[in-house]
Structures are given as structure tokens and as C-alpha cells.
Design a binder for this molecule. Structure first.
Ligand code: PMP
Length: 419
């Protein structure tokens, strides 16, 4: 056995087999590249499932963080004000909220994605005094009880071992078929009192479902969802944990839809450098919690604030957004080309921006493509309840050459499997 496999074997016996899909031991990463113990280089089309939108070890963020540490900057401060925190809040306001005319209060709900979702559900219930939440098929919102209860994946829900209650799951855009107007059904359901279900506190959804198969909601559909929420006093929660921070082309994924969610969940890449940070944004009038009604030891990590502040520099002008859009177009064209060239895939291109993939009904094929691609030096995951989609998820900062290299590996892998 080589050293890599020996370490994995030891890990598997004592930890849990979480290294299965990428069977090696990684040691180093820069930008869109990673290296393992044997010095083998990989192109990263996974980007920490959206936690590394700016790539690995961004030089400017790294410098800021090293300087901060060398200056004995505050590491942990709980709820005390720190320079790192106030600078982040100011820049978030100046670069992200103000230019978009967005008036929101920023909360630190805890370190991770599931914490922001929990805080959103909890706040919505407190504000409305209602209990139920509407979630959508194939949605993914996290692994703790509240966020799991709104996650539309039975295999994941089983992990709780108990029924997860007070949630009604409705069909996501186009889930059933394109001719069925599921929102008309939803309105009817609400109008009728939902077969005994009281009016819900909130609806929660991702604009592009990252784990559930890269299903992108149409902007028209999102607008109608917002309209229904407004009509019935239901709070609209957009979970932008995965689709946000530029992943779909704009800082917030819902910007092109022109909607104004009541609550927005952010995490993953908001810290910029891969360190845990989460934000919950709520409309100012929803901020009804007394101090201490939602707290946590590790909410608001100062090191993450330092890198997060630096990461927002990317958003100071339009050039970053333009570069994402240009490269997204390359991804779409590549995927559409693949579908045409390889009818054996029976493929369908899905998603938006840097969140695209190909769905194939051929059992096990998407996972096989990802596995062969890994051997050839590309890190790529699958998505969807049946792992039926292979998912291209590179850092937004990847250059065109890196993208092309990744594309070539994917095409080579498909050729290896099909021919
Ligand atoms: N919401 C969405 C949309 C996610 O994709 C994820 C993580 N994949 C979460 C919430 C949960 O985030 P975390 O794993 O950081 O708890």
C-alpha cells in the first residue's frame, strides 16, 4: 500500500468513511489547484461545495490574515465589538448592501450554514407567531433538526430518527412537469387553509438547488412566490448559503429576479478564505429579538472577518461579476456541446452561472464520470437524490486555461467510459 492509501485505511477504521469519493490525502492548495501527498496535482471543480468561491489561499486574504495574527489581533471575542468585526460590517454595508439599495440588519447566527437557517426559521416563527414552514422538493438546508426538517431529501431526514414536523413540502419550480402550475395549486392550498394546516410562518428556498440536483428556479417563478408570500403575510427566506456570494453570477443569487426576501441566509464563501462564518440578514422591522435570544460562542469569527473584509474588494467594481458571467458562458457552451456530442449521456444541462452540471438518467453514470475524472486529476462532485447530476463547481477566480483543462478531463473521462 502506498502511504496515501494506508492513511485512508486507518482513517476509515477509526473515523467514518467520509473520504470515499476522493481517495487521497491532500496537502496543499492554491487558487483552483490542489496537491496530494504524492505530489499529484488536481484541478478543483468542487471548491468546498461553494465555501471556496475565491479559490484556495487567495494571496491578498492570506497576507491580511497573517498580518492580523502577527499583530496579535483578537482571535475570539464573542459578542464584543472588535476592529475586525466593525470593519467587516462597514464594508459589507458599503460594498454589498448600499449599492443594491438593500436595507437589512445583519446578524451572526453561529459559524455555519445550518446555523443561519436555524436562526431564520426561529425568527420567522417568533415574528409571525405561526408554526409551519413551507419548503420545497429537493431543497437542502442543513443537518440540524430545524434545517433538516425543511430539507427535501428522505435519506438525509432519516438521520434524525424521528418525524420532522411542522413543515409542508411543495413542488419546486418545474418539479412535476412544465405544464402544471404548482404555484396556482399552492395559492389554492393557502386560500383553503391548507387541508387543516394553518397559514405558515415562512417559505424557505434556494434559487438554485445545490445539493438537490442543480435545479434553477425561473425568475418569474420566484417573483410569483414573493407575491404569494406578501399576500398571506408569509416571510420569504432565501437560503443563499450555496448559491450566494457570486456563485450564480451576482453577489446574491436572487438579484436578477428583482425580489426582496424578508430573510437571507449566507455562509460558505462569505468568510472568503474557507473559514466558518455565517450571516443572517433580516428586514429591519423583523429584528424583534431581545439581546441573548439568539446567541452562540463561535458566532462571528475574527479571522473570518479579516478575510471576509478583503474578499469584498472583489465586488467593488463590476469587473469581477463580468468575468464570472463570461466564464459561466464558457461552462454552458461546453456542457451543451457535451450533451450533443455524447447522446449516450441522455444528458440535460442544468443550473446557472458557476453552478451548472449535466443530469443523466443512466444509473450510476454521473458518479462514474466523477470517479474517472478524479483519477485523471479533477475534483468534481455529484448532486441530486440519486446522484444523477455531475456538478461543475470551480472557484469563481479560476482562469480560462484552468477551466479548459477541467473541461478536457471531463470529456476524456466520458470517452473512457462510453467507448
Ligand atoms: N443551505 C444550503 C443551500 C447548503 O448548500 C448547505 C450546505 N451544503 C447548508 C445550508 C448547510 O450549511 P452547513 O453545511 O455549513 O451547515
Amino acid at each position: 500500500l502506498n502511504d496515501n492509501l494506508k492513511i485512508i485505511e486507518e482513517l476509515e477504521s477509526s473515523v467514518r468513511s467520509y473520504v470515499r469519493s476522493f481517495p487521497t490525502v491532500f496537502t496543499k492548495a492554491v487558487g483552483h489547484k490542489m496537491w496530494d501527498m504524492d505530489g499529484k496535482e488536481y484541478i478543483d471543480f468542487f471548491a468546498g461545495a461553494g465555501a471556496l468561491n475565491y479559490g484556495h489561499n487567495d494571496p491578498k486574504m492570506k497576507k491580511k490574515l497573517v498580518e492580523y495574527i502577527m499583530d496579535d489581533g483578537i482571535t475570539h471575542s464573542l459578542d464584543m465589538a472588535t476592529k475586525a468585526k466593525t470593519e467587516f460590517l462597514k464594508k459589507f454595508n458599503d460594498v454589498i448592501l448600499k449599492p443594491r439599495d438593500m436595507e437589512y440588519k445583519v446578524m451572526f447566527p453561529g459559524p455555519t450554514g445550518t446555523n443561519t437557517v436555524e436562526s431564520a426559521l426561529k425568527l420567522a416563527r417568533k415574528v409571525t407567531g405561526r408554526t409551519d414552514i413551507i419548503s420545497f422538493t429537493n431543497g437542502f438546508h442543513g443537518m440540524t433538526i430545524g434545517s433538516l426538517s425543511v430539507t427535501g431529501n428522505s435519506a438525509k431526514r432519516k438521520g434524525a430518527g424521528i418525524p420532522l414536523q411542522n413543515v409542508v413540502t411543495m413542488p419546486f419550480d418545474n418539479f412535476v412537469n412544465e405544464d402544471l402550475d404548482t404555484l396556482e395549486y399552492l395559492e389554492r392550498f393557502l386560500e383553503d387553509g391548507g387541508s387543516g394546516v394553518e397559514l405558515p410562518a415562512a417559505m424557505i428556498l434556494e434559487t438554485v438547488q445545490g445539493e438537490g440536483g442543480i435545479n434553477a428556479a425561473r425568475y418569474e417563478w420566484l417573483k410569483r412566490v414573493e407575491k404569494i408570500c406578501n399576500k398571506y403575510g408569509i416571510l420569504l427566506i432565501i437560503d443563499d448559503v450555496q448559491a450566494g456570494v457570486g456563485r450564480t453570477g451576482t453577489f446574491f443569487s436572487f438579484e436578477p429576479a428583482g425580489i426582496n426576501p424578508d430573510i437571507i441566509c449566507l455562509s460558505k464563501s462569505i468568510g472568503g478564505f474557507g473559514s466558518p462564518l455565517a450571516l443572517t440578514l433580516c428586514k429591519p422591522e423583523l429584528d424583534i429579538w431581545n439581546p441573548g435570544e439568539h446567541n452562540g460562542t463561535f458566532r462571528g469569527n475574527n479571522h473570518a472577518f479579516v478575510t471576509a473584509t478583503e474578499s469584498l474588494t472583489y465586488w467593488e467594481d463590476k469587473s469581477f461579476e463580468n468575468s464570472i458571467l463570461k466564464k459561466s458562458e464558457m461552462i454552458t457552451q461546453f456542457l451543451e456541446g457535451l450533451v450533443k456530442k455524447y447522446p449516450e449521456l441522455e444528458g440535460k444541462v442544468k443550473g446557472r452561472g458557476f453552478m451548472q452540471g449535466i443530469e443523466t438518467p443512466v444509473e450510476g453514470l454521473a458518479a462514474k464520470i466523477a470517479a474517472v475524472a478524479f483519477e485523471k486529476g479533477l475534483i468534481m462532485e455529484t448532486s441530486g437524490v440519486d446522484d444523477q447530476v455531475f456538478k461543475l463547481f470551480p472557484p469563481l477566480t479560476i482562469d480560462e486555461e484552468g477551466l479548459e483543462k477541467g473541461f478536457n478531463i471531463i470529456e476524456d473521462s466520458i470517452k473512457t467510459i462510453i467507448k
